[in-house]
Design a protein around this ligand. Structure first.
Ligand code: OAD
Ligand code: ZN
Length: 233
């Protein structure tokens, strides 16, 4: 059980591994990969300019997979932790699914965007909720301004959302935990080094991440088994 004092502030970073037991494939690692797609070819501004139909085919497929997924014990353990700690928990996810919210977490920061939101690629109309599927032969969605409607996702080469709040919370935290993230995609991969030395850093995941040496502890196993035992409820 993780000892958390009344003055501790926890920063938790989650990655694809936290949703693996809910049936959403990871990008890398054991059983990883959206096998039929090379992520850089469907998740970049270049891909969007070159082949928006392929991009929407990929994100429609991911919407389909995520819409039938249910939270697992790892999401639920983090929700119970939030109920206990309130705003002393900062839950930052690289995941674009909504399983943390479905489990009942209310302060989730989606640094890579949200699968069930879209936005215009041209005007500054705010992102809006969108569960539609735009698989071919469906027409590509268009904004009233004439621009293309794109997934509200941070693609390769784009700047993640909410970085200012995220780095402020990293500077304020006294315990840092990463769960189910392979430690290769920046800037999230460097969060542990940013806080390391100053605070306790714990990794929970199915295998050692690429940045394992930066953590004080690595707990190897499934998030859905480790987190309910590790986190106080
Ligand atoms: P990865 O797919 O790179 O890594 C998932 C990690 O989860 C791997 O290290 C697995 O070992 C681990 N894992 C698998 N099953 C697990 C389980 N049941 N419990 C715990 N861990 C498990 O996913 P991320 O690191 O999240 O970005 O990927 C980072 C970013 O790369 C994603 O957000 C995405 C992708 O490109 C964008 O789309 C912008
Ligand atoms: Zn527009």
């Amino acid at each position: 059980m993780l000892a958390i004092s009344p003055t501790d502030r926890l920063f938790v970073l989650t990655g694809a591994g936290v949703s693996a037991e809910s049936g959403i494939p990871t990008f890398r690692g054991v059983n990883g990969l959206w096998r039929n797609y090379r992520i850089e070819e469907v998740a970049s501004p270049h891909a969007w300019r070159r082949d928006p139909r392929l991009v929407w085919e990929f994100y429609s497929m991911r919407r389909r997979v995520a819409s039938s997924a249910k939270p697992n014990p790892a999401h639920i353990a983090l929700t119970k932790l939030e109920q206990r700690l309130g705003d002393r928990l900062f839950l930052c996810t690289q995941n674009v699914d909504d399983l943390h919210e479905q489990a009942g977490s209310v302060r989730v920061v989606h640094m890579h965007g949200e699968l069930f939101k879209s936005r215009c690629d041209s005007c500054n109309r705010p992102p809006f909720g969108d569960t539609a599927l735009y698989d071919p032969p469906a027409d590509l969605p268009r904004c009233k301004c004439g621009g293309g409607i794109r997934p509200h996702i941070c693609w390769f080469g784009e700047v993640p959302f909410e970085l200012e709040r995220i780095f402020r919370s990293l500077d304020e935290c006294s315990i840092f935990m990463a769960v189910g993230t392979s430690g290769v995609v920046e800037p999230a991969a460097s969060f542990v080094a940013h806080v390391g030395g100053r605070v306790r850093t714990i990794y929970v995941g199915a295998e050692e991440p690429a940045n394992a040496t930066a953590f004080t502890e690595c707990l190897i196993g499934k998030a859905g088994e480790i987190l309910p035992a590790l986190l106080p409820t």
